[in-house]
Design a binder for this molecule. Structure first.
Ligand SMILES: Nc1ncnc2c1ncn2[C@@H]1O[C@H](COP(=O)(O)OP(=O)(O)OP(=O)(O)O)[C@@H](O)[C@H]1O
Ligand SMILES: [Mg+2]
Length: 242
């Protein structure tokens, strides 16, 4: 290993009562890459995200980000260190406008109203929501809500963004738009860790993929490698047969 990893997850473990939702999982994310995390329902993907961003505490193991042990820091401090995320169940403030939703995030970094306003506008333009800035968040379509989630993450100028199934429920055109957005941000240096069920998306965006099943990392490699791995095929087919 010539250089230190950007994000390093080392034997991360999370127990819920009798269940080991994430079981000694180790992987690295390199600066500038798009790494996909796949696996059947209940594999522990969202739990893994929650361990990385601090919504859940580790039962064991460590998380190193930018050379620093962050496994015990609260979520807002990890966000200040440069981690942004979306949630599988988007929870915008529905009483606020689209722009105000983004400003809530931007305020955490910059207390001046005009700066937060400008930052929100810039981020909304980035995700293609500038025309919806004054609309109530409750009026947004599913696809717009997903892009708002990404905008809220971007508002804090993160270096790493974790996307939890941002494509779910989108049509083919909308999926293409979000892929383009991710690739554009990645071209400018943003690093991504992406949970995705749509394997076409996984193939399109990621060079490297890790696979979780029952909390355990069962495969790691290129999309083509892991998707042809019998262990991975069995994990998915086994789930379908249940
Ligand atoms: N707060 C919690 N309390 C108890 N069990 C939990 C909790 N959160 C998750 N689990 C359990 O941990 C396991 C992993 O859940 P998780 O949500 O991480 O899976 P996932 O891979 O994200 O699944 P999906 O693809 O359906 O989103 C599941 O068995 C789930 O029921
Ligand atoms: Mg999940």
């Amino acid at each position: 290993m010539t250089s230190e990893s950007f994000l390093s997850v080392e034997n991360a473990t999370r127990r819920f009562a009798g269940l080991v939702a994430v079981d000694t999982v180790t992987f690295r994310v390199e600066r500038g890459e798009i790494l996909s995390m796949i696996g059947p329902n209940g594999a522990g993907k969202t739990t893994m995200f929650n361990l990385i961003t601090g919504q859940l505490s580790l039962s064991g193991g460590a998380i190193v980000f930018g050379g620093e042990q962050i496994g015990k820091l609260p979520p807002h401090v990890r966000a200040q260190r440069g981690m942004g995320r979306t949630f599988q169940i988007a929870k915008p403030f529905i009483g606020l406008t689209t722009r105000e939703n983004v400003m809530v995030g931007a305020f955490r970094r910059n207390r001046r109203f005009t700066d937060a306003f400008d930052r929100a506008n810039a981020v909304l333009a980035e995700v293609g929501l500038e025309a919806r800035a004054d609309a109530s968040a409750s009026e947004l379509t599913l696809s717009e809500r997903r892009r708002l989630e990404i905008a809220r993450a971007l508002a804090l100028s993160p270096e790493l963004i974790l996307l939890d199934e941002v494509m779910a429920g989108l049509n083919a055109t909308e999926v293409t738009e979000v892929i383009d957005l991710i690739q554009r941000l990645n071209d400018r240096g943003m690093t991504f860790l992406v949970i995705e069920h749509n394997l076409k998306v996984v193939r399109a965006v990621s060079r490297r993929v890790i696979v979780l099943d029952h909390g355990v990392k069962i495969a790691e490699g290129t999309a083509t490698e892991v998707l042809s791995d019998p262990k991975v095929v069995k994990a998915y087919l086994g789930k379908r047969a249940e």
